[in-house]
Design a protein around this ligand. Structure first.
Ligand code: G3P
Length: 229
């Protein structure tokens, strides 16, 4: 399962890369807008802080299929790396998916709010299909259930596509999709941080270290013991 960062703040991305096993970054127009920087330069900076080969997903903003294809080609020429072209699952986006795949680019179909959209985007040639879990929840649709259903459908037809679940507000939504074995998730740094944070862990380790401090002296470590030999 791949884990990606759904964010465009370079500092936040670097901090997350420091301690979590991350496979890339996803962006969308709103995420880039929030940073208030020239977006192409920002994407290049993000690519440069990521480990070589990491995925970087960038969303096309044109409305018509012809323009989407031209925009994707331009982006490809300007941004080297493991680029995924994000296309919305609008009528025009669907028309553009096979054309952009034919140009040798990888496509992530985005904005998915139903199982059928996910299946059809995979059939059209998208490598990833991105259901918006929390947004569906907010519409009264069970986002985790839809993402799981898309995953099971893709696997039952043995399609060359994976769910890249997006739009999370809490770690429980992510956990359920980890249980289901979806191919990838993308989440903001705070949601990713919550995946591993547990106060009980902090308390247990603090107790153990305090006890060892009684034995060898507070704040001292194995390093001190070894160096003193
Ligand atoms: O990147 C697409 C998706 O993650 C949107 O998330 O937080 O705007 O619902 P959000």
């Amino acid at each position: 399962m791949l884990m990606l960062i759904d964010h465009a703040n370079v500092e936040a991305i670097e901090k997350t890369l420091d301690y979590l096993p991350i496979d890339g970054v996803t962006t969308n127009p709103t995420i880039l807008y929030r940073e208030g920087k020239e977006p192409l330069d920002l994407l290049r900076r993000i690519r440069d802080v990521l480990p070589v080969g990491s995925q970087i997903h960038v969303q096309i903003v044109s409305q018509r299929a012809d323009d989407m294809v031209a925009e994707a080609k331009a982006l490809r020429s300007a941004l080297s790396g493991n680029l995924f072209i994000k296309l919305p699952v609008t009528r025009e986006g669907f028309a553009a998916i096979p054309r952009i795949v034919k140009e040798g680019m990888q496509v992530t179909a985005t904005g998915i709010h139903s199982s059928m959209q996910g299946f059809m985007a995979a059939k059209a040639g998208a490598r990833y299909v991105a259901p918006y879990v929390n947004r569906m929840d907010n519409y009264g649709i069970d986002g985790v259930r839809v993402a799981t259903e898309i995953h099971k459908t893709l696997r039952s037809y043995d399609m060359h596509a994976d769910v890249l679940a997006a739009s999370f507000k809490n770690s429980e939504q992510v956990l359920e999709l980890v249980r289901q074995g979806v191919g990838a998730i993308t989440a903001a740094p705070d949601v990713l941080a919550a995946l591993i944070k547990n106060p009980a862990t902090d308390a247990a380790i603090a107790d153990q270290n305090r006890d060892f401090g009684f034995l060898i002296g507070e704040k001292r470590t194995w390093l001190d013991l070894v160096n003193e030999r």
